[in-house]
Design a binder for this molecule. Structure first.
Ligand SMILES: NC(=O)c1ccc[n+]([C@@H]2O[C@H](COP(=O)([O-])OP(=O)(O)OC[C@H]3O[C@@H](n4cnc5c(N)ncnc54)[C@H](O)[C@@H]3O)[C@@H](O)[C@H]2O)c1
Length: 470
């Protein structure tokens, strides 16, 4: 289907399905292209929301401005994206000079709120990378700003769009195992991918909100969507026992480290041209060290996390996230009144295969990677019957093919109805981070945290329509 301006506008309203306001940014019937600005020309901003949009959708959209606080990364980003537009260190100046229709936010997590709120207040629709933000106060400010603006906020939840996650949604929505009662969900990050969070800004709570927010927002969003209810209460445990000050030694960065020969986590960034161009060559501007020591003292996030979540529809969830596993993969099981669904991805023992974890991490981090198709199983076991193994074809890269489908939905097939309700707006963004924020507070206080007390969003029994009675 050829993408038209009207298709695009429709897609924005579908993605932000919870608001009654119509999208009003664009004039219908004109041939003008959608004017986009992007703030945050790091790896995600330049690749997935930069070069990919420029390469795939330039018939309907154009970058009119790019912004970042690091001038070197900004200049490199413009060249990498291939956009013919001005660049700005000052975001406000960019808004004033370019009058965009859509602002894309791909900065560090703790700064998302600033650009979301300014963009909405300026009269633009806004598309932000996950997580929506990093604490409940900023979250409330974002919700207020969206309500006041009448504009739309889209959260780029790509995991929902992978065929595997969608198949699970379909099975649950069809009541394949009767009424859902409880869920076990466990995610394992390997010593490459898991470790990478501790090398970067993600290692500090005040920058990424901890992995409870930065990483688990993906998982909690999937769970909220699968369970089809809002979280009501969370109780959590967590600690930092492996990275940070637990390490036997530390240095300034891997390149200059005296311990590189004996460190299991030594990482040679000089072998990666893209990381050199983006980060190392621009250290002089902001001092950001991409191959920072994962044993540095300032790391204050958790590296093992475990939570129990009670949903408004009475489903209970057992959740864990591990950051130094020999494998990278995940497992989920759903218990219902009439059976059980088991699903997992990348657990090598299941197939007795040996996956090279370093290669797997490199492939996932390469955000414009080529597609490689695999067939993955989901087990459906109805009570008193034989189990059935379903086979789901899906891509190995780009978050299971979710990245590509999310963008195609926004920019290419906007008019097609989505029976799986994969579009995510501010309420989804909020509900997924509020579990992680609540988990952090629970660890700090030793008490369960009520989600409804964090912002003015009341948990609903069924997502998007029925308020829960407390
Ligand atoms: N959905 C996904 O699967 C996925 C994958 C990767 C990253 N992300 C998200 O994308 C965002 C960017 O992540 P990344 O990996 O590209 O990080 P990055 O460190 O490569 O890029 C962040 C950029 O933001 C810039 N920046 C920081 N503070 C700023 C400010 N105050 N004003 C302007 N620019 C500022 C930095 O200079 C940098 O260029 C994060 O929110 C992350 O959670 C999402």
């Amino acid at each position: 289907m050829k993408t038209t301006r009207r298709n695009f506008v429709t897609s924005l309203s579908m993605l932000a399905a919870y608001s009654a306001f119509p999208i009003s940014s664009f004039d219908f019937g004109t041939t003008k292209k959608l004017k986009i600005v992007l703030v945050g020309t790091g790896i995600r901003g330049t690749s997935f929301w930069g070069k990919r949009l420029q390469d795939q959708y330039s018939d309907i959209l154009e970058f009119v401005g790019l912004s970042d606080i690091n001038p070197g990364r900004l200049a490199f980003g413009k060249e990498f994206i291939g956009a013919d537009c001005p660049t700005f260190i000052n975001f406000d100046e960019m808004l004033k000079k370019t009058s965009p229709d859509l602002v894309i936010v791909t900065t560090k997590d703790s700064t998302h709120h600033e650009f979301i709120i300014k963009g909405l207040a300026y009269g633009c629709d806004v598309l932000t990378e996950k997580p929506l933000t990093t604490d409940e106060g900023k979250c409330q400010d974002i919700l207020d700003a969206e309500r006041k603006s009448g504009k739309k906020l889209i959260v780029g939840f790509n995991y929902r769009w992978s065929p595997y996650a969608t198949k699970i949604k379909e099975l649950l929505a069809n009541n394949t195992i009767g009424k859902l009662t409880s869920v076990d969900f466990h995610w394992y990050l390997n010593t490459y991918h898991g470790a990478s969070y501790f090398r970067r800004w993600h290692g500090q709570k005040d920058q990424g909100g901890s992995l409870w927010v930065h990483k688990s927002t993906h998982h909690f969003d999937l769970l909220n969507w699968w369970i089809d209810s809002d979280p009501k209460e969370v109780f959590a445990y967590g600690d930092l026992e492996h990275y940070g000050s637990n390490g036997p030694f530390r240095g300034d960065n891997c390149r200059s480290c005296d311990h590189k020969l004996k460190c299991d986590y030594y990482f040679d960034i000089t072998k990666d041209k893209r990381l050199m161009d983006l980060y190392v060559n621009n250290e002089e501007h902001d001092g950001y060290i991409r191959d920072n020591c994962l044993f540095r003292e300032e790391i204050d996030i958790y590296d093992k996390m475990s939570a129990q979540v009670q949903y408004a529809n009475n489903v209970s969830l057992n959740y864990s996230l591990t950051t130094y596993s020999p494998i990278e993969g995940w497992r989920v099981s759903f218990n219902g009144t009439e059976g059980r669904i088991e699903a997992s991805l990348d657990i090598p023992y299941h197939e007795a295969t040996n996956i090279n974890q370093a290669e797997m991490h490199a492939k996932e981090m390469e955000q414009n990677a080529m597609e490689e198709i695999s067939h993955e199983s989901i087990i459906v076991h109805k009570n008193r019957k034989d189990f059935e193994v379903l086979s789901v074809p899906m891509e190995k890269s780009g978050h299971g093919g979710g990245d590509k489908r999310l963008q195609d939905k926004i920019f290419k097939t906007a008019d097609a109805m989505d029976p799986y309700d994969r579009a995510a707006g501010s309420r989804d963004g909020a509900m997924s981070i509020l579990i992680g924020i609540g988990a952090r507070k629970s660890i700090e206080s030793g008490k369960p945290i009520k989600i409804g007390e964090l912002t003015d969003l009341e948990p609903w029994i069924k997502r998007n329509n029925v308020p829960a009675s407390n």
